[in-house]
Design a protein around this ligand. Structure first.
Ligand code: HEM
Length: 138
């Protein structure tokens, strides 16, 4: 399942909403030995077929099934590969009323939003130092 077309540039794709919208209550019902849905960063994932494959074991996923697993997901410090894998299990968005306010979603976007300008400023600073200051001393 593709889960709609989303750009993932820099791992910051929070703005584009594609799939159907679910409430936390609806997600809560998808928590049985046949089905496991969970919410990460405001998105709903059906991890049923991933349970047996999860490197961290199925127990942790079952424990989080039917609720917002953002914190536990982030606490583990999942790799970029793990974040990429999320796409395969995407089923929709969580209702805006049920979205967690603030939280780590912001810090996830922080790096792609700020690292590039900071790096750019550093490069300009270094160029200034080498070209302008060196030019003056010779
Ligand atoms: C669909 C959601 C998830 C995906 C795609 C996923 C994927 C992965 C992957 C690929 C790894 C291997 C290490 C890495 O690449 O980071 C991993 C490890 C792990 N995951 Fe998840 N995970 C998900 C959700 C969760 C949740 C909700 C928890 C809750 C606590 C969790 C706990 C762990 C743990 C404890 C490990 C083992 C870490 C280690 O041994 O170093 N994962 N996961």
């Amino acid at each position: 399942m593709e889960g709609g077309k989303r750009t993932e540039a820099g791992g910051c794709a929070e703005e584009e909403r594609a799939g159907p919208v679910f409430t936390l209550e609806e997600v809560g019902k998808r928590n049985s030995n046949r089905e496991a849905w969970l919410v990460i960063h405001g998105r709903v994932y059906d991890v049923t077929r991933f349970l047996e494959e999860h490197p961290g074991g199925e127990e942790v996923l079952l424990e989080q099934a039917g609720r917002d697993a953002t914190e536990s997901f982030e606490d583990v410090g999942h790799s970029t590969d793990a974040r990429e894998m999320l796409k395969q299990y995407y089923v929709g968005e969580i209702h805006p009323d049920d979205r967690k306010k603030g939280g780590s979603k912001v810090s996830y976007c922080f790096w792609s939003t700020w690292l590039i300008p900071i790096f750019g400023a550093l490069v300009i600073g270094l160029m200034y130092r080498y070209y302008i200051l060196d030019g003056r001393s010779s």
